[in-house]
Write a protein that binds this ligand. Structure first.
Ligand SMILES: C[S@@+](CC[C@H](N)C(=O)[O-])C[C@H]1O[C@@H](n2cnc3c(N)ncnc32)[C@H](O)[C@@H]1O
Length: 490
């Protein structure tokens, strides 16, 4: 088994961007809950276990007065990320090669305080002493009104994956090189899948058949992820890494409580939107027997078989306590937020991703659809029934792909535009690298889908070329740049 530093130097992690950990979303949630979050303009952001910094770079690009810091133990990733930032010309972005476990009081002093702290894909994947250091560090460097985001694998959803992880670790134990080990584990997954499929055709005793079916369902899911090599980094780190300790939600809450931190809610906002099962007899049972919020959330994890959580946490003395969670969802609260929803319209029906939206709110959705990519505020719907607009927005908010901000995002007319500052250099990185280490993302951390040929077209915008808007490809590129807020008027 490898130690973390060696492991991540040998097999660096593709550094994606995650919408639900974006400081812009954390700030919006803080505003919605009246928590007086720090303004984004001069905010200080820290990411722990940042890899190449792909998750915090989009924010640094769009907020030049903010200060963005990342910490990672892997020199390969830290140096790689700093090199990318240097070539882009970012002066507000710095990755530090440090082991969270061995930060001393001078290091902590030097780091200063932060308004938003992110630890995505880190907590479950390190030794227990590092886990404790992560929480202690958050406590030490989080500003009084700061919001931290910590994601982690949870039980019971991870229990069946733990079994497959043990299987992959066992079958690949004799291979040392990460790449070869991964291939061996993938081959052995196929072997087990083949065996289960064949075996399930025979008459088995019902209990055995049902457990094998369950295992096969999870195996098929994994197989789907592993069939091309795109997700190898994920498989390698979830299933073959030295540490991966899923935890029960209630135990995580106890751990953060011990260091003086308190749970606020999940970044998915499930605590607001999925705090009920929706069937009277189940909800009545939960409400009667699990009155405490943490107990009820834990019950929901059992019932929904959750496998991952993205907890937002704050200082314990700022919140009244984890049980005191009361959210007022009124038009006034909503007016603080702007929504960015890429609604699709097909055969006179509206969809967000693949979810069909409620026909009762179609007039509201028609307006949001026609205004996209401009952000929408509930106050833009004064000519409608505001209560109805509130329900329409609530329905959209359920979807993590819907961006939430505290500021307006304006549309630009495609004529007479140029790229926003530093975007040319950012795009250039992806043009020049066949295997980029970071994900190309917009300020909301949403993936930007541009091929190399399309980037080449985009790069011509600032080179003084007159772009031929009658060319379909040029038009497509301009639209992608427009909907990712990468253009400004000249
Ligand atoms: C699974 S990766 C997650 C990377 C990124 N946050 C993401 O989710 O895409 C975990 C990261 O934590 C870093 N890491 C592990 N142990 C660490 C430690 N003790 N101190 C600092 N970084 C550490 C690794 O080098 C690696 O980049």
């Amino acid at each position: 088994m490898f130690e973390e530093r060696e492991y991540y130097n040998e097999a660096p992690y593709f550094s994606a961007a995650f919408t639900d950990s974006s400081p812009i979303r954390l700030n919006a949630i803080g505003e919605l809950l009246n928590l007086n979050p720090a303004p984004l303009k001069n905010a200080r952001i820290l990411e722990l276990g940042c890899a190449y910094g792909g998750n915090i770079m989009p924010f640094a690009l769009h907020y030049p007065d903010a200060d963005v810091v990342g910490i990672d133990i892997s020199g390969v990733q830290v140096n790689g990320g700093n090199e990318i930032a240097k070539n882009i010309g970012l002066t507000n972005f710095k990755l530090l090669e440090k082991d969270i476990l061995s930060l001393n009081s001078d290091d902590i002093k030097m780091l200063g305080k932060f308004d938003y702290i992110i630890a995505h894909g880190l907590y479950s994947w390190v030794r227990d002493n590092v886990k404790n250091s992560i929480l202690a560090l958050i406590k030490a460097v989080l500003n009084p009104n700061g919001i931290a985001y910590v994601s982690y694998n949870v039980m019971p959803g991870w229990s069946i994956f733990s079994l497959l992880r043990e299987y992959m670790l066992f079958t690949s134990k004799d291979e040392k090189a990460p790449g070869i080990r991964l291939q061996k584990a993938k081959d052995e997954l196929k072997f087990l899948q083949d065996y289960l499929k064949t075996n399930l055709q025979d008459k088995l005793d019902p209990t055995l058949r049902d457990t094998q079916k369950l295992l096969l369902t999870q195996l098929n899911f994994l197989q789907n992820i592993t069939k091309d090599n795109k997700n190898d980094y994920y498989i390698q780190h979830e299933f073959l890494e030295t540490h991966n300790d899923p935890i029960y939600f209630k135990d995580f809450i106890n751990k953060i409580d011990k260091v003086g931190l308190c749970y606020l809610l999940d970044s998915s906002l499930d605590d607001i939107f999925k705090s009920q099962i929706g069937v009277y007899r189940f909800d009545a049972h939960l409400n009667k027997n699990y009155k405490k919020r943490v107990d009820k959330e834990q019950m929901l994890d059992f019932m929904l078989n959750r496998s991952f959580r993205k907890s937002l946490i704050m200082h314990k003395d700022i919140l009244e306590g984890v049980e005191d969670f009361d959210i007022d969802i009124s038009v006034n609260e909503f007016a603080k937020l702007n929504f960015i929803a890429d609604i699709k319209k097909q055969n006179n029906k509206f969809y967000i991703k693949d979810r069909e939206l409620n026909p009762e709110y179609y007039d509201i959705y028609e307006k949001i659809y026609s205004k996209y990519p401009e952000s929408q505020n509930i106050m833009d719907f004064k000519e409608y029934d505001l209560q109805k607009a509130l329900f329409a927005f609530l329905e959209l908010m359920l979807d993590l792909n819907v961006g939430l901000t505290t500021y307006e995002l304006k549309d630009v007319k495609i004529k007479n535009v140029k790229l926003k500052p530093k975007i040319k250099e950012y795009l250039k990185y992806f043009y020049e690298n066949d295997n980029p280490a970071i994900l190309m993302a917009n300020e909301l951390n949403q993936k930007i889908q541009l091929s190399k040929d399309e980037i080449q077209i985009a790069l011509k915008i600032d080179a003084g070329h007159e772009l031929d808007m009658s060319d379909e490809r040029v038009c497509k590129v301009m639209k992608i740049l427009q909907k990712n807020y990468l253009l400004i008027q000249k």
